[in-house]
Ligand binder design. Structure first.
Ligand code: CO8
Length: 267
C-alpha cells in the first residue's frame, strides 16, 4: 500500500479503517488529501482481504480528542481560486467521492465531530453514516459566499428530501447528531466512546454475508435510484439472475434447506 501524509489505513478482520488525519486543520480536505483518498480507495477496492471500509476522522492537534471528522474543504486553499481552479477542485473531489459511493465494498462513515461543508458531503458519499453524540452536521458554504460543491446540493436532497436540504443549505444552520438522525441524514447515533466499536460491529455483520451478493445489491440500489421504476426493477431482475449463478446462492439456499450453517465463499 502507498504511504500517505494525511491518511492512515489499518486493515484487520476483513475491515479497513481509513482515517483522515490533518490535525492542524481539523481534517479539512485539501488537494493533497483528495488525491491521497483517490489512491487509497483504488488500492482498497483491489484488496480481496477487505469487505467493508470504515471512513473516519483523526484526533485534534491540541488535546488529541476527537473533535472533528472533517471541518470542510480547505478554506485557505480555496480562498484565491479562479472559477477554473474551483471547478478542477470539485472534479478532484468527485473522483474519490464516487469511488466511496460505487466501490464494490460497503462504505460506512463513522462521524466523530464536525462534519461541515465538504465533511458533510464526503459522509453522504458513503453508504451508511454512524454519528457519535458530539457530531455536528452542516453546509455553511452560502455563508462563505459559495455553494456546496462536493455534491452537497445533490446528495443532501436525495437523503433528507428537498425541503430539509434547502433549509440546511440556505440557512447554513448546523444540526446535532440527534437531529441528523431524526431527518434521516445518519443511520445511528452512539456515545463517542462506542463509535468505532459500533461501526466495526456493523461492518462485521455485513462482512459475514455473501460479499458478492452485497456488492451486487449495492450496485442495484445505486444504479436503480435514478432510473424509472420499470427499468430499475428490470435491471434488478437481471442482477438477481447473476447472483443465481454463484456458489454462494447454491450454498446459502442449500444450507437453509438442510438446516445447517452456510459457508459462503463470496462468489
Ligand atoms: N479549512 C481550513 N482550515 C480549517 C478549516 C477549513 N475548513 N476548518 C478549521 N480549520 C483550521 C483553522 O483555521 C484553525 O487553524 P489554526 O489553528 O492554524 O488557526 C484550526 O483548523 C482549528 O480551527 P478553529 O480554531 O477555528 O477551531 P474551533 O474549535 O474554534 O472552531 C469550527 C471549529 C467551528 C469547525 C471552525 O474551525 C470552522 O468554522 N471551520 C470552518 C467550517 C466551514 O466553514 N466549513 C466549510 C468549508 S467550505 C466547503 O467545505 C466547501 C466544500 C465544497 C468545495 C467545492 C469546490 C469546487
Amino acid at each position: 500500500m502507498s504511504e500517505f501524509n494525511n491518511l492512515k489505513l489499518e486493515v484487520a478482520d476483513e475491515i479497513a479503517v481509513l482515517t483522515i488525519s490533518r490535525p492542524a486543520a481539523l481534517n479539512a480536505l485539501n488537494s493533497e488529501t483528495l488525491d491521497e483518498l483517490n489512491v487509497a480507495l483504488t488500492e482498497i477496492e483491489a484488496r480481496d482481504d477487505v469487505k467493508v471500509l470504515i471512513l473516519t476522522g483523526g484526533p485534534d492537534k491540541k488535546d488529541n480528542a476527537f473533535k472533528s471528522f472533517v471541518a470542510g474543504a480547505d478554506i485557505s486553499e480555496m480562498v484565491n481560486f479562479t472559477a477554473a481552479e474551483a471547478r478542477a477542485f470539485g472534479m478532484r473531489a468527485s473522483v474519490p467521492f464516487f469511488k466511496l459511493m460505487n466501490m464494490r465494498q460497503v462504505t460506512i462513515c463513522a462521524v466523530n465531530g464536525f462534519a461541515l461543508g465538504g465533511g458533510c458531503e464526503i459522509s453522504m458519499a458513503c453508504d451508511i453514516r454512524i454519528a457519535s453524540e458530539n457530531a455536528t452536521f452542516g453546509q455553511p458554504e452560502c455563508g462563505l459566499g459559495i455553494i456546496p460543491g462536493f455534491g452537497g446540493t445533490q446528495r443532501l436532497a436525495r437523503l433528507v428530501g428537498m425541503g430539509r436540504a434547502k433549509e440546511l443549505i440556505f440557512t447554513c444552520d448546523s444540526i446535532d447528531a440527534n437531529e441528523a438522525y431524526r431527518i434521516g441524514l445518519v443511520n445511528k447515533v452512539v456515545p463517542c466512546e462506542e463509535l468505532m466499536d459500533t461501526a466495526k460491529a456493523m461492518a462485521k455483520k455485513i462482512a459475514s454475508k455473501g460479499s458478492y451478493a452485497v456488492s451486487i445489491a449495492k450496485a442495484a440500489i445505486n444504479n436503480g435510484y435514478d432510473m424509472d421504476i420499470k427499468n430499475a426493477v428490470e435491471m434488478e431482475a437481471n442482477l438477481f439472475g447473476i447472483t443465481c449463478s454463484t456458489h454462494d446462492k447454491a450454498e446459502g439456499m442449500g444450507a437453509f434447506l438442510e438446516r445447517r450453517a452456510a459457508t459462503l465463499t463470496d462468489f
